[in-house]
Write a protein that binds this ligand. Structure first.
Ligand code: AMP
Ligand code: FE
Ligand code: FE
Ligand code: ZN
Length: 291
């Protein structure tokens, strides 16, 4: 069957560090010709409800999701230490894991105050209100701090704010609370949700090291790999697709759309239109939810 419908299974809203509200995101999905879009904010599901309502209104299937930050150490990936994010689809916000995410929000609020203090000590004063003002009303994170630093002329670009101050290990960085990978995967699956490894390149692993790690996570309940991702080379996508087939994992994908916070990334197609995710990926996720 020829099904040309496209979806995007990784997108951020003002509930975290995207610049479109959940309903604006869904409307953009609609005008971009997408049949479905997942709302996957960092460590929060606060944008999901609004998106679901808008999805019903515009006829776009909205997949409830969250992108959870995990505790992970690995080799360098470019200039930056490795990192691990887990996309979890169809998680109940009221279940144990959903409730724990809400607790993490409180932790983040305290972290933000500590970062404000560090920045003041570095001679870069700003207030939490100023950071909140650029956030669109959701959870505050480092991209919002970077925006204020740019607006105040402390740095010339948002990337400079990260490179000099905000990157992990930088002088203004504060740790955030993170879940342990094995635990997060197993718990998500045990609750009937669908855990998918986000942007696998960020683990800094390949070949047998990657295969071995993925095999272990599959045994714990991992359901899929984000194969289609802007930063993945064609060769890496091919090897991920092979691993997905071998391990019985779904091959999914998404743009990691953040609105004006990542201007080169387009919803539904990533950078330079190098991401294409078929409708079947959304259906594959839906079929595994609660099973
Ligand atoms: P936070 O949740 O406050 O820790 O912020 C995480 C977000 O900051 C990520 O989703 C990225 O968008 C951005 N980020 C983290 N590290 C870097 C970096 N080294 N360079 C650019 N952006 C980064
Ligand atoms: Fe982000
Ligand atoms: Fe991510
Ligand atoms: Zn993301």
């Amino acid at each position: 069957m020829d099904d040309r419908r496209r979806v995007d299974l990784h997108a951020h809203t003002t509930a975290s560090d995207g610049t479109l509200s959940p309903s604006e995101l869904v409307r953009l999905a609609c005008t971009s010709g997408l049949a479905g879009v997942a709302v996957t904010d960092h460590d929060t599901m606060d944008g999901v409800q609004e998106a679901l309502v808008e999805g019903t209104a515009c006829g776009v299937e909205v997949v409830p999701g969250v992108e959870i930050s995990l505790e992970y150490k690995g080799p360098m990936v470019g200039k930056r230490g490795a990192w691990m994010h887990l996309l979890v689809y169809h998680l109940s916000p009221d279940g144990p894991l959903g409730t724990e995410l809400a607790d993490m929000q409180r932790w983040r609020a305290e972290r933000n105050v500590r970062m404000i203090r560090k920045l003041a000590e570095l001679g870069l004063p700003m207030t939490l209100d100023e950071v909140a003002a650029v956030s669109g009303g959701g959870q505050l994170g480092r991209p919002h701090f970077a925006q204020v630093m740019l607006d105040k002329g402390y740095v010339a670009t948002r990337q400079e704010a990260f490179d000099r101050f905000l990157a992990k290990g930088g002088p203004a960085y504060e740790e955030k609370q993170r879940l342990e990978p094995d635990d997060a995967i197993a718990r998500a699956r045990a609750e009937g949700a669908v855990p998918v490894l986000a942007h696998p390149y960020s683990l800094g692993l390949e070949g047998d090291a990657l295969r071995e790690r993925l095999a272990r996570w599959t045994d714990l309940g991992l359901c899929g790999l984000e194969v289609e991702y802007t930063e993945h080379t064609p060769a890496f996508r091919a090897s991920l697709a092979g691993l997905a087939g071998e391990l019985g994992l779904l091959a999914t994908g998404g743009s990691d759309f953040h609105g004006a916070n990542k201007t080169d990334i387009l919803l539904g197609s990533g950078r330079d239109h190098n991401v294409r995710v078929p409708w079947a990926a959304l259906e594959g996720i839906r079929a595994l939810a609660s099973r």
